[in-house]
Design a protein around this ligand. Structure first.
Ligand code: NAP
Length: 542
């Protein structure tokens, strides 16, 4: 059946595959399913495609994986045709790229926008999923692909009195499409993670006064962003296959010249020189200077000290520098940030820094933020960059029922349980793209999405060709995978001593378990490919 098959003059609601989410993963899944001659439809809650890169349209939003790498690898034609402008692409540019790909592959007529999925139920007799939307529309399909994103459910903080505030409130994760005019305004910003760090300089340059309310300081590395020249672009375009291959052989699916030595194998001078050179070239590659920054306490401490010293060098006011320099957790335990002029922004006269760990926000009043000390900070606009219910948030908000009507949310009450972050035992024929317990957010997400979608497509093809119609993860194999994920995490310093979305600890009451797989993309793909080759070891196929 072709995707455009119609019933009663409308698009078919009975399909081979339903895909939830029109970000990088969902769009590629639609392309692959159509390529296999299957009927497929994408349901997307937003009013445009792009997922993360549709919603997070705040000023300064940019990817921290280099643009030549943060792009689909499956089509050389697309890679050759598209021209990236900067080393790190802005949100508008990435969004334009996604729309260009969707048009080029003629995907638009397979995507239904403004369609929020509320439930997905598996029927054991028919072996089909029924998916229901908020508007009450239903679809049924042999397979359901959840491409719902890792960081797609924004977290609105529970600040007392927020409703009393007389000014305007905006979230970075749902920024108005027409922008926000901050000129001449007193602006407050809560949240100093990657989003907060990116928007800070942009708010500072336009507003009359910016007040940054910081609860936990973050380590941030300068992006050293620059416009791309044609030689650099040509070098990539001529060598894309080899370069992609090198990237896929790296633990984070990205080419960033990982160091081959432990930080303990070099002299202090060599150590410093290596970090200086990585700081000067910028970006996440800094964290790959040595093999053991996130596993060796001494190496981590030396690296953390290096960044603290840099912050103290850049920020002229020692009091501000002391608040901005993280002091009590290892670098990498919170997702490393990549910035453009973040720390330098605190040298501006119109930027104030409030340490809300020392003097917490008591309430919002009509006029602004009231601190425990009694000080009121008057504001016209409040910006919230307060993060996400990451990794499991989007799936837990859908009523997903598997075999025997069992709810996925109940199964995950103590944290996610998956096999390879791709399937959940008891939920046959449902696949997750870049799900919890897969490397996802620790890698180039576009590549990880492609790898998952390729595996899902190949698996569906194998099943169809062999006359099978069901695949499920075995509970025992799932238990072993969950144990492996946690065993690997125990060897790392990155879950130590700080609340982060990596462990769900940014949300009060959420089970505190590591959600991404820390073993790296290479080990992960080896294990997945091996299990697949071994006749779908750990899966039940029928
Ligand atoms: P985040 O890293 O979770 O940061 C949220 C910030 O809000 C933290 O500073 C947090 O403080 C603060 N916060 C939350 N609730 C608060 C409250 N009630 N009162 C005061 N402060 C509060 O979220 P994010 O910045 O949106 O980034 C999430 C992830 O998205 C990143 O780690 C990254 O993976 C991805 N991202 C990537 C890019 C990029 O590619 N460049 C850009 C943006 C986002 P605490 O730390 O004290 O909890």
């Amino acid at each position: 059946m072709s995707e455009t098959a119609k019933t009663n003059g409308e698009l078919a609601h009975s399909l081979d595959v339903i895909i939830v989410g029109a970000g990088f993963g969902g769009l590629y899944a639609l392309h692959r399913m159509r390529g296999m001659g299957l009927s497929a439809r994408v349901l997307e809650q937003g009013d445009d495609i792009g997922g993360t890169w549709f919603w997070n349209r705040y000023p300064g939003a940019r990817c921290d994986v280099e643009s030549m790498q943060y792009s689909y690898s499956f089509s050389d034609e697309i890679a050759q045709e598209w021209e990236w402008k900067e080393l790190y692409a802005t949100q508008p540019e990435i969004h334009a790229y996604i729309k260009f790909v969707a048009d080029k592959l003629k995907l638009r007529d397979g995507i239904q926008l403004n369609t929020k999925v509320t439930s997905a139920k598996f029927d054991e007799k028919t072996r089909r999923w029924t998916v229901t939307t908020e508007a009450g529309e239903t679809f049924d399909a042999r397979y359901c692909i959840m491409a719902t994103g890792c960081l797609s459910v924004p977290l609105a903080p529970d600040i007392p009195g927020l409703k009393e505030f007389g000014g305007e409130v905006f979230m970075t994760s749902d920024w108005p499409k027409d922008g926000v005019n901050v000129a001449g305004k007193r602006v407050g910003l809560i949240g100093t993670g990657s989003s907060g760090i990116q928007i800070t300089p942009r708010l500072a340059e336009k507003s009359a006064q910016l007040h940054v309310f910081q609860r936990t300081p973050n380590y941030s590395i300068p992006a050293q962003n620059r416009p791309l020249d044609s030689n650099y672009i040509d070098m990539w375009k001529k060598n894309y296959p080899e370069r992609r291959k090198i990237a896929r052989a790296a633990r984070n699916n990205t080419m960033n010249s990982p160091g081959q030595r432990s930080g303990t194998e070099v002299t202090p001078e060599q150590f410093k020189a290596e970090l200086e050179s990585r700081w000067a070239s910028g970006g996440i590659g800094f964290m790959y200077a040595f093999t053991d920054i996130t596993t060796n306490r001494k190496v981590n401490e030396m690296t953390s000290n290096f960044v603290r010293d840099k912050i103290r060098e850049i920020v002229k006011d020692p009091k501000k520098a002391a608040i901005l320099a993280p002091s009590n957790y290892p670098i990498g335990a919170k997702r490393i940030c990549v910035d453009t002029d973040y720390f330098d922004t605190f040298n501006r006269e119109n930027v104030a820094l409030h340490d809300i760990k020392a003097d917490p926000i008591k309430t919002m009043s009509k006029d602004g933020v009231v601190l425990e000390s009694g000080e009121t900070v008057p504001l016209d606009i409040l910006v919230l960059a307060t993060g996400f219910d990451a990794m499991t948030g989007a799936l837990n908000r859908i009523d997903i029922r598997g075999v025997g009507g069992k709810a996925m949310k109940e199964k995950w009450v103590d944290g996610p349980r998956t096999y390879f972050g791709l399937m959940v035992s008891g939920f046959p024929n449902m696949f997750i793209v870049a799900g919890p317990q897969s490397p996802s957010v620790f890698t180039n997400m576009v590549t990880s999405c492609e790898q998952h979608v390729d595996w899902i497509s190949d698996t569906v093809k194998t099943l169809d060709e062999s006359g099978k119609s069901l695949i499920d993860a075995e509970e025992k194999a799932e238990d072993a995978w969950v144990a492996h994920v946690s065993e690997i995490a125990d060897r790392s310093l990155i879950i130590e001593g700080v609340n982060s979305w990596y462990t769900g600890a940014n949300i009060p009451g959420k089970p505190r378990v590591i959600t991404p797989y820390l073993g790296g993309a290479v080990l992960y793909m080896d294990k997945l490919n091996q299990a697949t080759k071994n006749d779908f070891e750990g899966f039940r196929v029928d």
